[in-house]
Design a protein around this ligand. Sequence first.
Ligand SMILES: Cc1cc2nc3c(=O)[nH]c(=O)nc-3n(C[C@H](O)[C@H](O)[C@H](O)COP(=O)(O)O)c2cc1C
Length: 191
Amino acid sequence: MHMLIVLGSPRKNGNSEIMAQHVAQGIEKGGGTVEYIRLNSLNLSPCQGCGGCEGTGNCVIEDDMVDIYERVDAADRVLVVSPVYFYGLTAQTKIFIDRFQARWSRKHILGVRYRQEEGRKGYLLSVAATKGAKVFDCNLLILKYFFDALDMAFADSLLLKGVDHQGAVRELPAELERAEAFGRDIVTGVR
Ligand SMILES: Cc1cc2nc3c(=O)[nH]c(=O)nc-3n(C[C@H](O)[C@H](O)[C@H](O)COP(=O)(O)O)c2cc1C
């Protein structure tokens, strides 16, 4: 089982990334493999809404997404990692997601399905500074429709409230253990 971890925070070694590293440890201890994409280091243009993908299923923009599409297609599991920014995803993560309009077009306009029978799964890892009851609602809804466009099940989410300063989650060993257990559960198929 191979997982692609998509890091959406601009902050290196931030709370979401540290949690993702512990998920990765759980996956590797369980015999799976992981690879990372750090969105903030890439050249990614936002979707232009041009409709170019509606005829071909492919995006007309030639930037680092070309490689990302291939890596997402090749993965058995995809973990999208983003802190909450103004009750949503980071801009980097939203650009990544919007560019999958090309996959939405492929599925819903062209009727092309991809690895549909293989039980591929997607997950959200999100962190937030506050403890608002609805702080993850937008991100959960976006991820539901993102994974649907990819013919993947949105299988589960790992959410952590109340972490703000860089690396704050290191002071919460129970949360790091929860992240590792989340990774182990993905390998065993519990999640
Ligand atoms: C631009 C910006 C917007 C934010 N908006 C929210 C918010 O709406 N709700 C919240 O609880 N935290 C918000 N935060 C706090 C981050 O979610 C928090 O610091 C998180 O731990 C950052 O994760 P990271 O270390 O992985 O980057 C915001 C932070 C920034 C920089």
